[in-house]
Design a protein around this ligand. Structure first.
Ligand code: ATP
Ligand code: MG
Length: 361
């Protein structure tokens, strides 16, 4: 039996609630295909900081990066902060230290849910935001911002090296999706090239990459107009690489299109490592009430299975990913699930149990 290791970091708040069922489902999907996934629990996050004075000890980091992939849930708590007032986020340390430049945030709508857009085409959305996750406006989010009492500033810095990787990744993704019959074989650069000079240069780097991938169509859109189109006609999009903060904001619109934060998975991909986690935070407002939607965490697990399949050339894990994803779809297709976020009463247990049932069929 093939064996892979996964470092699992449940984190804080609802992270600790959605992790166990998602781990069980991912493990079971792999097991059905004859692959063993060994999950290794790693402590980190705001509660761990409150308990021990450290948010992510170095030996925990080293343990995590040894694994074939990292499965991370939500981290942070509004009331537990570092002395400088910033939120505790070991996930940011991982992004930076492992150079996880590509924040892959798919927007796929599931059947059987009341979605915010009335147009029929919004019921089968399938596009991907690729958020640059190591640079841009968030790269200097701490410590550099205060000039003096009269000014505050942050710096948007974008490197050619990272941009080149981000764009190559995006074109490769679009091509692959097209081969699978998904998307429009299209990459749309989302920027603000008309106002910010760094964005103007980024767009030039984007079109240099487009020349290396001339089999894929390339175009661009301003971020504000893209926000409008994501609400008005999101089905025109396919792969959308963008700056860090723009990607952060647009991802929440994408989550809204899917029905809420609890539906939105993500993968943070670098050259050597990858972290899979839901887009949502630790949501202390709903913690301990059974209301957390585990779908985003489960779908992040699907993305992790696809990544492991790809990296290790394992058709078994690709089958596991497909089976788990179709189990989530089948669970929602029954029409019997309505998550709390959408005004219903389906929570952690109802959703994970129905997915588990579909997986065992
Ligand atoms: P962050 O600061 O990392 O964004 P957050 O605590 O603000 O974290 P968000 O993920 O932004 O949390 O979520 C905002 C709100 O959406 C939460 O307070 C919660 O009510 C709801 N929410 C988020 N995730 C889920 C989920 N998995 N299931 C149900 N509701 C959720
Ligand atoms: Mg938030």
């Amino acid at each position: 039996m093939k064996v892979f290791t996964v470092a699992v970091m449940p984190g804080d708040g609802i992270g600790t609630e959605v992790t166990p069922p998602a781990v069980e489902l991912v493990k079971e999907a792999a097991r059905q295909q004859g692959v063993e996934l060994r999950f290794q629990h790693i402590d980190a996050g705001a509660q761990y900081y409150a308990d021990t004075g450290e948010s992510f000890p170095e030996d925990h980091y080293e343990e995590a990066v040894k694994a074939d992939a990292i499965f991370l849930s939500a981290m942070g708590h509004p009331d537990i902060r570092y002395p400088d007032g910033t939120e505790i986020g070991p996930q940011h340390d991982l992004r930076k230290r492992l150079n996880l430049y590509a924040g892959v945030r798919p927007c796929r709508t599931l059947p059987g849910l009341p979605l915010p857009l009335v147009d029929e085409r919004s019921k089968s959305l399938d596009f991907v935001i690729v958020r640059e996750s190591t640079e841009g406006l968030f790269a200097f989010s701490r410590g550099h911002e205060l000039d003096d009492d009269e000014y505050a500033h942050n710096l948007m810095r974008i490197s050619k090296t990272t941009s080149k990787k981000l764009y190559d990744f995006s074109f490769n993704l679009a091509r692959r999706r097209a081969e699978q019959g998904r998307g429009h074989n299209l990459v749309t650069h989302i920027d603000k090239a008309n106002v910010l000079s760094s964005q103007h240069v980024a767009r030039q780097w984007f079109y240099e990459a487009a020349e290396r991938h001339s089999d894929v169509t390339a175009n661009h859109q301003y971020v504000d107009f893209a926000a409008l189109d994501m609400v008005r006609r999101p089905w025109v999009f396919d792969v959308m690489p963008t700056e860090n903060q723009y990607g952060d904001i647009l991802s929440d619109i994408a989550a809204g299109l899917m029905g809420g934060m609890g539906m939105a998975p993500s993968g943070e991909i670098g050259d050597t490592h990858a972290v899979f986690q839901p887009c949502h935070g630790s949501a202390p407002d709903i913690m301990g009430q059974g209301k957390a939607n585990p779908t985003a965490m489960i779908l992040s697990g699907v993305m992790m299975l696809e990544y492991l399949a790809d990296k290790n050339n394992s058709p078994e894990l690709l089958n596991a990913a497909k089976k788990l994803e179709s189990s989530v779809e089948a669970a929602y297709a029954t029409g019997s699930l309505l998550p709390y976020e959408l005004g219903g009463t389906s929570g952690l247990h109802d959703i994970s149990e129905l997915v588990a049932k579909k997986l065992s069929l």
